[in-house]
Design a protein around this ligand. Structure first.
Ligand code: 13P
Length: 281
């Protein structure tokens, strides 16, 4: 029995003992995705977490978009709101609970256009991702006033990487995540969330795909589409926060019930309104 097999067996035993479900984001390490009961994008994982009656949820994903969340402290959100009084705040789901508590509604990449369009105002404040904000401005009739955060991993994918990849793989289709810069998005054939990318590739007749997102998604893409080819436009599309989760850490969380998320009740109540508003849409 190799090391990983024994870890996986222990995880499976403890999952039953604890009444736990394991959720993993599409960017997790392949071996972590493989132990999950459900792998998906941010929206699918939120829905799954809301629906499950499991006693314990082991959530393999980022705590939040760490660097941006650090910059975008709740105080900065408050200051941003104060500078634009009266405007509704839409918060990307990759924000801390404190930021969500300051927001009217959450969104993910998969439903951002729908969420913004559902708001009964001509202008909205959007936190924290200026790239997703710019994409939303191009796709809706709303005035989007974005905070100036961004995803460092998607930001490392440059237009020149796409141009070089297109030269190398001229028949491949370019699929970009909306957290990429507008310059990259302008070169893409399709712009999709991670679940949208999985669907797009499944339905496309193309054989090759240049995937402008975190490379963890390729694990599922390859399993689901064994005859198609996938290319990373850069070696730098690795999210250091997503990759902090390993099989061992998933096991320890079940063994010792550690890393539990604890939040003040008042904050939970305030943040819940923004999350539930999104889930209800
Ligand atoms: P999805 O909502 O497409 O899963 O995107 C998540 C993400 O990019 C996290 O930074």
């Amino acid at each position: 029995m190799n090391h990983d097999t024994s870890i996986i067996e222990k995880i499976n035993e403890l999952k039953v003992k604890r009444g736990a479900i394991i959720l993993a984001h599409n960017y997790q390490l392949g071996e972590v995705q493989d132990i999950a009961d459900f792998t998906g994008d941010s929206l699918e994982l939120s829905r799954k977490a809301a629906q499950t009656d499991a006693k314990v949820i082991v959530f393999c994903g980022v705590h939040f978009m760490a660097e941006t969340a650090k910059i975008l402290s709740p105080d900065k959100t408050r200051a941003f709101k104060a500078a634009h009084p009266g405007l509704p705040v839409v918060a990307y789901v990759n924000t801390s609970a404190e930021v969500k508590a300051e927001s009217d509604i959450c969104c993910t990449s998969a439903n951002a256009v729908r969420v913004v369009e559902s708001i009964d105002a001509d202008a909205v404040l959007f936190v924290p991702d200026k790239c997703l904000g710019a994409y939303l401005a191009s796709k809706t009739n709303k005035r989007i006033i974005s905070y100036s955060g961004f995803c460092p991993t998607h930001h490392r994918i440059l237009p020149e990487d796409i141009l070089r990849s297109k030269k190398e793989y001229p028949d491949a289709v370019v699929v970009a995540h909306p957290e990429c810069s507008m310059e990259v998005i302008a070169l893409a054939d399709a712009v999709e969330s991670t679940s949208g990318m999985l669907r797009y590739v499944r339905e496309s007749s193309a054989q090759g795909f240049i995937m402008c997102t975190e490379r963890g998604l390729l694990h599922r893409l390859k399993i689901e589409n064994p005859k198609k080819e996938f290319f990373n436009p850069t070696p730098l599309n690795i999210c250091p926060n997503m990759k902090r989760i390993t099989l061992e850490k998933a096991l320890w969380s079940l063994e010792d019930m550690k890393y539990e998320i604890t939040l003040p009740q008042e904050m939970i109540e305030k943040a819940r309104k923004a999350i539930e508003g999104m889930i209800a849409l």
